[in-house]
Ligand binder design. Structure first.
Ligand code: PLP
Length: 388
């Protein structure tokens, strides 16, 4: 076909979703997806809240709504995040937040900086707008880490490129599970000021913290330069497809116009339900239970890895979120190994899919939220035996 746009040539299919198509996940031990546990969806509370919303709002709940989102939800999000309501745009999930930010900021060939590895859905979005993605690997030595960023930035500028934004998942990153320190966040904000680019801070896991103290958001360090993306997917339910953007007025205005052509308004009934859930305290009560459940599941997975994995395998210890990241010996190829693992009944996501430069062949991402606790041990045992 010759009818497609140039953009479509840069689309790429999510290898994670391809995995889902190949197998019935319930028949294997899957550490692959990023799904929350369905046990965290408070069905009865959702049922009664939906009923309440219909009683309270009637037909308004099923009408078109404001492009920025319905006022009650914007107010509830503003209160939760401690920002003025004018700074809040509701989105149809944070994936849409990533996409609209890229759409309003990036021209083909512009540079988007990110971590290496980074979130696959974001890489798909950047590619679809023909961005030039440059990833920087994490380094625990802050001086070297900053030098690596400066080198990448200077290189891009010397090629005559424009750097539009740095995309980061500072809390319990997908896929690595790692959290940026305050010093690292400050370093990135100061580079953004020095080289005049924006930061898109993607934070869907921020409220799923199982240990340690919260680190200030990058948005709180510079609300003019940082665009913050939040999501109801992991703290409520992903099926509602709701998220939010906090940004300065200029950026929000462009996003507002962009969303008019995209979806006119976020799903209205869902927004009233989310607002009611937040205001009634049901969301926080449920979130506390989800945190308990996920902390336990994380601990189970960590102890199983300790018990079964060969000595030359290491992994991250996430303080929150849904993932941890395994590093295997240098010559290991987790893409090539995948079919063997799947035939034996275990699924993971190969780490190289999250890399911007084809690296990370010897890494894999494991999710601990979705699989039932009692199915984790046989799954890890099979994977460990195969690796041995
Ligand atoms: C880092 C990150 N950003 C965004 C998303 C998309 O989430 P949402 O359901 O809010 O679109 C995900 C989903 O897994 C994610 O891991």
């Amino acid at each position: 076909m010759t009818h497609f746009s140039k953009d479509t040539e840069c689309f790429f299919r999510s290898p994670v979703r391809e995995i889902f198509k190949k197998v019935d996940l319930s028949s294997i031990y899957s550490f692959a997806g990023g799904y929350p546990s369905a046990d965290t969806f408070p069905l009865e509370d959702i049922r009664s809240t939906m009923s309440k919303v219909i009683d309270k709002w009637g037909g308004v709940a099923f009408q078109y709504g404001a492009t920025q989102g319905v006022t009650v939800l914007r107010e509830a999000v503003a209160k939760r995040c401690g920002v003025p309501v004018e700074r809040v745009q509701i989105t149809s999930s944070s994936q849409q937040g990533i996409d609209v930010c890229t759409r309003v900021l990036v021209d083909p060939g512009d540079v988007v900086l990110t971590s290496n590895p980074s979130y696959l859905g974001a890489l798909q979005s950047f590619c679809s707008y023909r961005a030039d993605i440059r990833g920087v690997s994490h380094c625990s030595d802050i001086v070297r880490f900053e030098q690596d960023y400066v080198k990448t930035i200077e290189e891009a500028l010397s090629e005559g490129k424009k750097i539009k934004f740095l995309y980061m998942i500072p809390d319990f990153q997908n896929p690595s599970g790692e959290t940026l320190t305050l010093q690292e966040r400050k370093m990135m904000v100061s580079l953004a000021r020095k080289y005049d680019f924006l930061i898109v801070e993607d934070s869907p896991y921020r409220e799923l913290r199982y240990e340690g103290d919260p680190v200030p958001t990058m948005y709180s360090l510079d609300p003019e330069r940082v665009v913050h993306l939040g999501s109801f997917s992991k703290i409520f339910a992903p099926g509602f497809r709701l998220g939010w953007i906090l940004a300065n007025e200029d950026v929000l205005d462009k996003i507002y116009v962009c969303k008019q052509s995209l979806d006119l308004c976020p799903p209205v009934f869902d927004q009233y339900v989310a607002a009611e859930f937040l205001q009634s305290g049901l969301l926080d009560a449920n979130l506390s239970k989800s945190i308990e459940l996920y902390r336990h599941k994380r601990d189970v997975l960590l102890s199983l890895l300790e018990k079964y994995m060969p000595e030359n395998v290491s992994w991250t210890h996430p303080e929150g979120g849904l993932f941890l990241f395994l590093t295997l010996p240098e010559d290991f190829d987790s893409v090539a190994f995948y079919d063997r693992a799947l035939s034996a009944g275990v699924a993971y996501v190969a780490g190289s899919f999250f890399h911007t430069d084809g690296g990370g062949k010897n890494t894999m991402r494991l999710n601990f939220s979705f699989l039932d606790e009692n199915r984790m041990e046989p799954g890890i045992k099979i994977l460990s035996d195969l690796l041995r």
